[in-house]
Design a protein around this ligand. Structure first.
Ligand code: DHB
Ligand code: FE
Length: 284
C-alpha cells in the first residue's frame, strides 16, 4: 500500500519565483522566508517522497470566471506551466501520475464529491512555486496530482467541505496498491488581501492560531464560515483552505517537523509548515 509521509504547506506569492530566478535567497528581504525551507528540505532528503498531491487554487490560468469548478483533479501525464504575466520563468511540463489521479477521482465521485476531471490542465504559480521551494533541484523527479479548489469566484466551498475532501483523498491514497511514498502539499495564504480598502490586510494572531491548530486541532478552522474567514484573513487569505485540505489528507495525528512565519512577502504574511504523519514517527 502507498505510504503517506505527511504534509507540506507554503505561501505562493509570485515574487518568490522572481527571487529564485535572481538567486536573491540571501538578500535581507528574502532570507527570513527562504531560510524557513532549509529544515523542511533536510526532512524531505530523509523521507524521500515519490509523489506530491498538490492542493492549490488556480488564479485564472486554466479556469476563468466563465467556467470555474469548485473542485478539479488533474488526470494527465503532464501539466504545462505557462507565463501568467508575473515575469517569472515558467517551468518545463511537470509529470503527472494518471493511475493515482484516477484512483482519487473514482473514490471522490463514489463518495459524492462531484469533481471536474482534467486530462489537460495548465498549472499556475500556486502549483509550481511549492515544488521549486521544497525541491529546488529535484522537483522534476516528483510526480504530481493537482487538486484545484476554487477560491476565486464565489460561492467558495466551506472549510468543513475542504477538510472532508482532503480526508477522502487521504483514504484514496492510503488504499492505492503501490509502494510509492506520497506527500500532501497545500499552497496558499496566509493572511493577505490584494485589493480594495483593506489591501495589505494581515492578521498575525489568527495566522499563528491557525498554524497551531493544524497540529493540535485540525478541524478548528471549520468553525468559521467563508465570509468569516475572509474577514479574518483577507480576500486571498482564504487560500488557507489548501492548508486545511492537505493536512486533512494525512490520516490521524501529525508531528510538526518545522514551521516558519514571516511578514511581509509582497502584501502577504508568508507561512511554511512541514508535518510528519504519525505512523512515520516510530520509524524515523
Ligand atoms: C500575491 C499573493 C498571492 O497569493 C497571489 O496568488 C498573487 C500575488 C502577492 O502577495 O503579491
Ligand atoms: Fe494566490
Amino acid at each position: 500500500m502507498a505510504r503517506i509521509l505527511g504534509a507540506l504547506t507554503t505561501s505562493h506569492v509570485p515574487a518568490i519565483g522572481g527571487a529564485l530566478a535572481r538567486g536573491a535567497q540571501d538578500e535581507p528581504y528574502w532570507k527570513p522566508f527562504f531560510d524557513g525551507f532549509k529544515p523542511v528540505r533536510a526532512w524531505l532528503d530523509e523521507v524521500k517522497p515519490d509523489v506530491a498531491v498538490v492542493f492549490y487554487n488556480d488564479h485564472g490560468l486554466n479556469f476563468f470566471l466563465d467556467k470555474l469548478p469548485t473542485f478539479a483533479v488533474g488526470a494527465a501525464k503532464q501539466y504545462v506551466n505557462e507565463d501568467e504575466g508575473w515575469g517569472i520563468p515558467s517551468l518545463p511540463p511537470i509529470p503527472g501520475i494518471p493511475e493515482l489521479s484516477w484512483a482519487i477521482i473514482e473514490r471522490l465521485v463514489a463518495s459524492d464529491f462531484d469533481v471536474t476531471t482534467c486530462q489537460e490542465m495548465l498549472v499556475d504559480h500556486a502549483f509550481t512555486l511549492p515544488l521549486k521551494l521544497f525541491w529546488p533541484e529535484t522537483f522534476q523527479t516528483i510526480v504530481t496530482v493537482p487538486v484545484c479548489i476554487n477560491t476565486v469566484q464565489f460561492p467558495l466551498p466551506s472549510a468543513k467541505r475542504c477538510i472532508a475532501l482532503g480526508r477522502e483523498i487521504g483514504e484514496a491514497v492510503a488504499a492505492w496498491n503501490s509502494d510509492k511514498k506520497v506527500v500532501m502539499v497545500g499552497s496558499g495564504g496566509l493572511s493577505h488581501q490584494l485589493e480594495g480598502e483593506r489591501a495589505g490586510f494581515i492578521n498575525k494572531p489568527f495566522d499563528l492560531a491557525f498554524m497551531r491548530s493544524l497540529i493540535d486541532d485540525p478541524e478548528w478552522a471549520a468553525q468559521y464560515t467563508i465570509p468569516q474567514l475572509v474577514e479574518k484573513t483577507g480576500t486571498q487569505g482564504v487560500e488557507l483552505l489548501m492548508w486545511l485540505a492537505a493536512r486533512a489528507a494525512v490520516p490521524g495525528a501529525v508531528r510538526e517537523v518545522h514551521r516558519n512565519y514571516h511578514i511581509p512577502i509582497s502584501n502577504t504574511a508568508a507561512g511554511t509548515m512541514a508535518m510528519a504523519a504519525k505512523d512515520l514517527i516510530a520509524t524515523e
